[in-house]
Design a protein around this ligand. Structure first.
Ligand code: NAI
Ligand code: MG
Length: 814
């Protein structure tokens, strides 16, 4: 066969190779159209194992973005539909739980197999409903969705041994977006079912079809009725689902704005919540990168799925010396991209999901132009019959520009330059988001130095947009919290088995400190208490390594057992909280310390506490009325707990996830930076130490609010801290009215995570107020732990809450 041979139509193969002009290669859509027809192009909800009419009788159209044609009518769900679905999920729960790990594993495995058997139908339905290239649905969305079911069939099987002491949360409400409809379904449904939960899922209004097809496949494999329910509809249906009181867990992927509203709507309801939200992820190219590789990387980062990707590399940061070269190559490459109908196997870019998203993109691009940034779009024009937008590059954009800060969620990338790695990190982190980052360099030292400094849940080295079920995915900052995939993702659908049985506090146990409102103006020395001279000092706050008077200069009386006044404590206010957070925020030294170094300090704390044991015992007796034995027990348990976390500091390690690509996927446990801790009222020393020690062990800087009623057990620790080589700002302590201080901490944007152990009402306030910067919260909903119990009071549960997992992908091989 000769390569010279020209085709009958004229163009030689050689010519075709050089021009790369080739005709369309359409994928047949007959199977998908037949499937739609079988349903009369109309779908009800999938509830309790069958398709049901919506209570309201209301339907709406889902369209094909490639030509705006209607594909089918789907049900608009309301409260009544949601209630029926939640009831079905609840009813199915006991039997699904009793089925046990192996039984559930069999179903997950069957689902994976069945998806693979229907891979082509799924790929075509997805491409039609979403408008994305069939190449992507065929090669990525569908195989990866099946892979999630295989992977989680494994977790289902191993549940009891690998998650001993944990159980499923119950009924899960799941809301997913339209950009990866089937894949997002699998990211949510597979771990939920593997953990023994049942599900009500609401797909996005623009792309309900693959979820409905999946429901049909689930029926075909005999998944018990009610284990999976699909309710279709728009944001109102989503809000109805979130508002349903029957849920034990909400999982959401979508916009930060809606995520925030869900955080507020679920506050205080005792639900578990995971949010996977927006992003403005940096794509960082160093001067020693393989530039051609990086150019292809940009194509995958921002033109994959039309840039409608939460982790899209939408900010291109290029080292100055190679910026021009990279941009020239990128522009050349952009000219060669092909945009068109999703079923054409030779296109790179499909259509935008809906007119509303198209106009958002147009508006933001216009704003970039109006602000004077150079904008490049290829010379070819996009098809006119659908909702298309061309690949777009803005160069030399200021980091503060709207287009550099706001998520455009389209095929638009903005570029800027940097000189040094430090500057690259600073620019990369100059975002309220933190979903992903991509780092391009041939220098592995540089890559692995930069990766931990990036505030992002996923870092791809010399690659981008790679995903696998064995690796966790999820954000830092306003990109949300919680992980999907891997061992870390399973915890989002599990709870410690002891939690439901914990007793509630009595109102007496939670009462605000007696006399907190009868304030003494000005810090005055308390009158000497006969026999107990050590408590005659008025403690201060502990901020930035220094003892500080409270801003308001107010103290409150600390009343011990039998109403006896045992001292005074500073009444911290919002200014004190802000100062404490600022001190913690600045104190990077603790986080930079090695795990061994942190362990040494924790041992030293234990040693110094042990030296003062009698003094602490006296204090506890006066504060709580404990007898000598009980006081000794609390001090001893606190010393032992410090030893536990000194031990853990270098042992709570991450892992290397075995993803199928040729790479090491490093799952690193990173601290939150500033972690706020509100300690319980009871066990004023042990409860405090049980929270502060694990936070410190993992490298967090802590702002702690001790027991309001018995704060002096914590303020006595200042001297222990001061003599134990703890860097200034690593621990900051603000005493006062606990729930007031908690509310201020929950609102603070520099606090990345917050733990609260107090009342149900206080838990609600913390969850609601945390919505501002979407900090991760861990609250007790007014339930009391036994701090002496090694299962309830210490261990991996605490360490897991003290860290967030960052997955760093490092490919290998030439
Ligand atoms: P959205 O957040 O409104 O939609 C996501 C899902 O949430 C859909 O199923 C929707 O019906 C549902 N929803 C909407 N309002 C709700 C409410 N109040 N309560 C419960 N559920 C609700 O996102 P939308 O409007 O489709 O896109 C807007 C922007 O959001 C995009 O331009 C993009 O910036 C971002 N986005 C991010 C995604 C991600 O993967 N992180 C996915 C989709 C959008
Ligand atoms: Mg559609």
């Amino acid at each position: 066969m000769s390569v010279k041979g020209s085709s009958s139509k004229g163009a030689s193969v050689r010519e075709i190779f050089s021009t790369m002009e080739y005709g369309p290669a359409p994928e047949a859509d007959d199977v998908a159209r037949d499937w739609l027809k079988r349903h009369g192009n109309r779908f009800g909800h999938y509830i309790g194992g069958r398709f049901t009419e919506p209570v309201s009788g209301e339907y709406f159209a889902t369209q094909h973005p490639g030509d705006a044609s209607e594909l089918a009518q789907v049900a608009q769900g309301d409260e009544a539909d949601v209630a029926a679905a939640v009831a079905a999920a609840k009813e199915a729960l006991p039997a699904w739980q009793q089925l046990g790990p192996h039984g559930r594993a069999r179903y997950l495995y069957a689902l994976a197999r069945h998806m693979q058997k229907h891979a082509r139908l799924l790929a075509v339905v997805e491409a039609l409903d979403n408008g994305k290239p069939i190449r992507e649905t065929r090669d990525l969305d569908v195989p990866l969705a099946a892979r999630h079911f295989y992977h989680h069939a494994g977790w289902a099987q191993l549940l009891e041994s690998e998650f001993a002491g944990y159980e499923g949360v119950g009924v899960c409400g799941q809301i997913i977006p339209w950009n990866f409809p089937l894949l997002m379904l699998s990211w949510k449904v597979a771990p939920a079912l593997a953990a023994g939960n049942t599900v009500v899922l609401k797909p996005a209004e623009f792309t309900p079809l693959s979820a409905l097809l999946f429901a049909e496949l689930a029926s075909e494999v005999g998944l018990p009725a009610g284990v999976l329910n699909i309710v279709t509809g728009d944001g109102r249906t989503g809000a109805a689902l979130v508002g349903n009181e029957g849920l034990d867990k909400v999982a959401f992927t979508g916009s930060t704005e809606v995520g925030r509203s869900i955080r507020k709507a679920t506050a205080g309801r005792g639900l578990k919540l995971s949010l996977e939200l927006g992003g403005k992820s940096p794509f960082i190219v160093f001067d020693d990168a393989d530039i051609d590789g990086a150019v292809e990387g940009v194509v995958d980062a921002i033109w994959f799925n039309q840039g409608q990707v939460c982790c899209a590399g939408s900010r291109l940061l290029v080292q100055e010396s190679v910026a021009q070269r990279l941009e020239a190559k990128l522009i050349e490459r952009m000219e060669k991209l092909r945009e068109g109908p999703s079923l054409d196997k030779s296109i790179d870019i499909g259509a935008i999901i809906a007119p509303v998203q198209l106009s958002k993109i147009e508006r933001l691009v216009q704003q970039g132009r109006d602000e004077g940034y150079a904008c490049f779009q290829p010379s070819w024009s996009v098809p006119k019959d659908g909702w298309y937008y061309p690949p777009t590059l803005f160069s030399n954009v200021s980091p503060a520009a709207t287009i550099a800060q706001e998520e455009i969620f389209g095929p638009v990338i903005v570029s800027m330059t940097f000189r040094t790695p430090e500057e690259a990190v600073e620019l990369a982190n100059d975002s309220r988001y933190g979903l992903a980052a991509s780092v391009w360099t041939e220098n592995v030292n540089l890559a692995l130095d930069v990766a931990p400094k990036l505030k992002a849940g996923v870092v791809w080295v010399n690659c981008t947009n790679v995903f696998d079920a064995a690796a966790g995915f999820g954000g830092y900052r306003e990109s949300g919290f919680g992980r999907e995939g891997g061992r870390e993702g399973m915890y989002e659908y599990l709870k410690p088995s002891f939690v439901p049985g914990l007793p509630k506090y009595s109102s007496e146990e939670l009462a605000a400190p007696a006399g907190a409102d009868e304030l003494d103006a000005g810090v005055r020395e308390s009158s000497a208490t006969p026999g107990l001279p050590a408590i005659d000092r008025t403690p201060k706050l502990f901020i930035g390594g220094k003892q500080k008077r409270p801003d308001g200069n107010y103290v409150y009386p600390v009343v011990g057992e039998g109403g006896k006044r045992v001292g005074q404590a500073p009444l911290g206010n919002r200014k004190d909280v802000r100062d404490a957070v600022e001190a913690a925020d600045k104190s990077a030294a603790w986080t930079k310390n090695t795990a061994h170094g942190r362990a040494q300090v924790l041992y030293y704390l234990a040693e110094n506490l042990s030296l003062r044991a009698p003094e602490f015992e006296e204090r506890l007796r006066a504060l709580t009325g404990a007898d000598r034995k009980a006081a000794e027990r609390e001090v001893h348990a606190s010393i032992a707990r410090l030893f536990s976390y000194a031990a853990w500091a270098d042992k709570y390690d991450g892992s290397v996830h075995p993803t199928p690509m040729r790479n090491v996927t490093l799952a690193m446990n990173e601290p939150w930076d500033v972690l706020a801790v509100v300690a319980p009222e009871e066990a004023p020393l042990l409860g405090f130490v049980s929270l502060v020690a694990p936070a410190l062990a993992m490298g967090n800087r802590v702002v702690a609010v001790p027991s309001s009623k018995a704060p002096l057990a914590a303020t006595d620790l200042y001297q222990v801290f001061e003599t134990s080589d703890l860097p200034a700002g690593a621990v900051n302590i603000v005493t006062g009215v606990k729930d007031e201080l908690a509310g201020v901490l929950a609102k603070h944007d520099a606090v990345q995570a917050m733990w609260y152990f107090g009342s149900r009402e206080g838990s609600e306030v913390v969850e609601r107020e945390s919505a501002g910067n979407l900090k991760a919260t861990w609250v007790n909903f007014g339930r009391k732990r036994d701090w002496y119990d090694p299962v309830q009071g210490e261990g991996r549960e605490f360490l897991r809450h003290a860290t967030r997992v960052k997955n760093i992908w490092v490919p290998y091989g030439e």
